[in-house]
Design a protein around this ligand. Structure first.
Ligand SMILES: Cc1cc2nc3c(=O)[nH]c(=O)nc-3n(C[C@H](O)[C@H](O)[C@H](O)COP(=O)(O)O)c2cc1C
Ligand SMILES: [Mn+2]
Length: 482
């Protein structure tokens, strides 16, 4: 059964022993970060701060910060979600009337994922068009050198002016004052694309934006998914929760938001207006330096009665976003394999913070195959940011990082097997020669073939035969070894 809202998810976390309530006062300035950081690194629970200093609104953090909690959020393992996606992708119209009839319920299920517009919802419990202030909410100052307080887990809604399609992305927002924030959509993201298109079209000065904070977990999670442009995150959220997301119209802008949202900020981004944003202690584990980004002006705040403020912190890995990203790795594998069936598995180790390192195992079928896969990944949506791609043969378990390091390092002749390319780089990369543009490296750590010019012999990995292992099992005990 899909969670109706964030509260139902909080209750589920609590019932599973995955949530700790903190009843006493804790400061949203730095102290909550220290709590959240320690908890995630010690395998601790999600935290609900019931009495954050300076606000009546409780703070929820680390709600997705473990494999178990991601499973609770998605009501299934990420692998099962991947399995459901594979099933849908393989769905073909069977032959004959009976077969077609059997398909109908499945097709109906697909239709049932589309978001539904409803007239009212809990996010409209309180509507404030005049007397509202971001100061009412316990927005965190996350790290000591941060430029201010940041809303870190928002669902930012905007519309593609050319197609009318909705987008929802998670882009942090620095609080500038009671009614103004930054809008940190990086240049490659859909919010930034909508902004560019509206600016280019001319005629209007403002871009409508609505921000929802806190909703049922599948809807919140959909905001970070690297979906192709114009694919509605709310439809994918409906698929994830097997129930349509109910959307309700905003009061002051031409957009809809999830009806079950805890807090909604309505407003606009003025085209052409930029303001210094940052620094911000980022998910790279380094501060992102300050830079110019668009400005979000609030026109209205709506919220539930007794809202909960959902947030996260990022920092030296692993943090909450690692677990969210790990589920993305699993869920998107079948989609990647649609284009690249030779890919057996992929892994993004925490230390690689997603875009710095991707390990890929392939079934190699022709000369240069590993390089083809690298280029394909560099051409695949947000995987374009992959700074280092290591490609190994299918007998290497990419989830076992020590095996990858061992075999890959043995298999390469560096000068021969490294591929450098230039291209788009993640906005958070602080080492690239220019912002958003720099070099990437592919490592072909597959076994080399004669067709690739390798004519020496290739040795086998040594392994003890099973019968020897079994004999020694018995002798081992006999020797009194443990
Ligand atoms: C906690 C968290 C914070 C994020 N902050 C930002 C951000 O400030 N700016 C940004 O462009 N992407 C940020 N992202 C990544 C985007 O949410 C992600 O790339 C998403 O796929 C963008 O959606 P879009 O393709 O619809 O633009 C963040 C992700 C997470 C998990
Ligand atoms: Mn999107």
């Amino acid at each position: 059964m899909a969670y109706a809202d964030l509260r139902e998810f909080i209750r589920a976390l609590e019932k599973s022993g995955e949530l700790k309530r903190i009843p006493f006062e804790v400061d949203p300035e730095l102290e909550i970060t220290e709590f959240a950081d320690r908890s995630v690194k010690n395998g601790g629970p999600a935290l609900l701060f019931e009495n954050p200093k300076g606000s009546k609104v409780p703070v929820l953090i680390n709600a997705f910060a473990s494999t178990k909690r991601m499973e609770l959020a998605l009501e299934s393992t990420a692998d099962d979600v991947a399995g459901r996606i594979s099933e849908f992708l393989q769905m073909r119209m069977p032959e004959g009337i009976i077969g077609k009839l059997k398909m109908l319920p499945m097709l109906a299920e697909v239709g049932a994922f589309f978001p539904k517009i409803v007239n009212d919802g809990p996010c409209k419990d309180v509507i404030r068009k005049k007397d509202f202030s971001l100061g009412d909410f316990p927005v965190l100052k996350c790290w000591p050198h941060d430029g201010g307080k940041f809303i870190t887990l928002p669902m930012v809604f905007s519309k593609n002016p050319d197609t009318g399609k909705r987008n929802c992305g998670c882009y942090r927002m620095q609080v500038f004052d009671e009614r103004t924030t930054g809008m940190h959509w990086q240049t490659h993201k859909q919010g930034a694309e909508h902004y560019r298109r509206m600016s280019a079209a001319g005629g209007v000065k403002k871009m409508d934006v609505a921000v929802a904070i806190g909703a049922d977990p599948a809807t919140m999670y959909s905001a970070i998914l690297p979906l192709p442009p114009d694919i509605d995150e709310m439809m994918i959220a409906g698929f994830l929760r097997s129930k349509p997301v109910e959307m309700v119209k905003c009061e002051t802008v031409d957009l809809e938001v999830p009806a079950n949202s805890e807090i909604v900020l309505e407003g606009y981004v003025e085209l052409g207006e930029l303001r210094r944003e940052g620094p911000f202690g980022d998910h790279t584990g380094f501060y992102s330096l300050d830079d110019d980004y668009p400005v979000f002006h609030l026109t209205c705040v709506t919220h539930r009665k007794n809202p909960v403020y959902a947030t996260t912190i990022v920092g030296p890995p692993p943090m909450e976003d690692f677990y969210m990203g790990k589920a993305i790795e699993r869920i998107f594998l079948p989609l990647m394999r649609l284009q690249l069936p030779e890919v057996r598995d992929i892994a993004m180790p925490a230390e690689g913070i997603f875009h710095n390192l991707i390990l890929v195992s392939i079934r190699k079928s022709y000369p240069g195959h590993a390089r083809k896969v690298m280029h394909a990944i560099w051409g695949l949506g947000q995987a374009m940011f992959s700074k280092v791609i290591v490609v190994v043969d299918e007998d290497v378990d990419v989830q076992n990082f020590s095996e990858v390091a061992w075999k890959a390092l043995n298999n390469i002749d560096p000068e021969r097997d490294i591929q450098f390319v230039m291209g788009p780089i993640d906005s958070l990369d602080h080492a690239s020669r220019l912002p958003n543009y720099g070099s990437k490296m592919g490592v072909d750590a597959t076994r080399k073939w004669p067709e690739e010019g390798f004519t020496r012999r290739w040795p086998a990995v040594m392994r003890m035969p099973e019968d020897v292992q079994k004999r020694v099992d018995a002798l081992w005990k006999k020797a009194g070894l443990k």
